[in-house]
Write a protein that binds this ligand. Structure first.
Ligand SMILES: [Zn+2]
Ligand SMILES: [Zn+2]
Length: 318
């Protein structure tokens, strides 16, 4: 009897592991990813899609009719244009960030500028490349592995990731502010409901109140959390660093300070230039066509060759 429950437990765990691992992905180094990057992380993607859809449905069903019936014409036009522009930008950048591969060093080309050899892939590692243990492959200009995208953030999708964070924060702030009055009304009504005797309320009205409260709490919380994350990434971009390099550079700064030297980040080209490089802005009109509108333009460079902001004799962060 004792061994029977252990057998059932072990079988259940094996089945759960197999489910989590999902279908095996083929294709060389990084093809077979560990189980944690399979369906476990796809759950996060489904959660993002589900929550975004629920917010959009609540806005269309309950917030937009109130705006259309009570606001003046110029405010209606502004809400329709601004709200839909944010929706398009969020959906576009999320789709691109999840479906665009961050990029990995070529395996066949051996003549690439490598700073070390990856012990796991046994291939040369170009500058700014790091090994992702979740994707099980080297990633060009790796920033981090994002469970909300089920993808690594690196050279080819860094801009999509940042734009998604910024536009989602803007979208949540917009929803939170737009529904604030409706939220206060709904909150007061629901509070009255718990008095004795509770007031009678039609089902549709009760659903609307609960939905508005859900919308406001969700968008306000995401505004704060994602706003803080976006701000952190904006600081890193302004310094010409990725999240991985932040730790390496911090250690290097302290090490050099102890021996009386000053650390300089070789990929810091000045705040504005760092932003232009990330966003792919080469002329003034690109701020509109490539930043404020959906754009699929590739990033600057191939992620293998990097321009340094000073001579290679200086200390480097690699
Ligand atoms: Zn590797
Ligand atoms: Zn990864």
């Amino acid at each position: 009897m004792g061994s029977s429950w252990r057998w059932h437990l072990s079988r259940t765990m094996r089945l759960a592991m197999r489910w989590c691992r999902g279908p095996q992905r083929g294709g060389g180094c990084g093809g077979n990813r560990p189980w944690i990057s399979g369906r476990c992380f796809e759950v996060f993607v489904c959660l993002v899609i589900l929550l975004t859809t629920s917010v959009v449905v609540i806005i269309y069903l309950f917030v937009l009719p109130t705006i259309l019936s009570t606001y003046p014409l110029y405010m209606i036009v502004w809400h329709l244009c601004y709200g839909h522009w944010l929706l398009v930008m969020v959906v576009f950048h999320y789709y691109k960030a999840t479906t665009t591969a961050a990029g990995s060093p070529p395996k066949e080309k051996t003549q690439i500028p490598a700073v070390s050899i990856c012990k796991k892939c046994i291939t040369p590692k170009p500058p700014r490349t790091h090994h992702c243990s979740i994707c099980n492959q080297c990633v060009l200009k790796m920033d981090h592995h994002c469970p909300w995208l089920n993808n690594c953030v690196g050279h080819f999708n860094h801009r999509y990731f940042l734009s998604f964070c910024l536009y989602t924060t803007l979208g949540c702030v917009y929803c939170s502010i737009s529904s604030k009055d409706m939220f206060l009304d709904a909150y007061n009504t629901i509070e009255r409901y718990y008095q004795t005797p509770p007031p009678t309320e039609p089902y549709v009205e009760s659903t609307a109140h609960k939905s508005i409260i859900f919308l406001w709490v969700l968008t306000s919380s995401v505004s704060v959390a994602l706003g803080a994350l976006s701000l952190w990434h904006m600081i890193l971009i302004s310094r010409g660093e990725t999240s991985v390099e932040r730790h390496i550079n911090h250690k290097e700064t302290r090490r050099l300070r102890d021996i009386g030297k000053v650390f300089k980040n070789p990929y810091h080209h000045g705040t504005m230039n760092n932003w232009k490089l990330l966003l792919g802005v080469e002329k003034r009109s690109h701020w509109f066509t490539r930043v404020l509108l959906p754009s699929s333009h590739p990033p600057n460079g191939d992620g293998i060759l990097w321009e340094f902001s000073f001579s290679r004799r200086d200390p480097m962060a690699i």
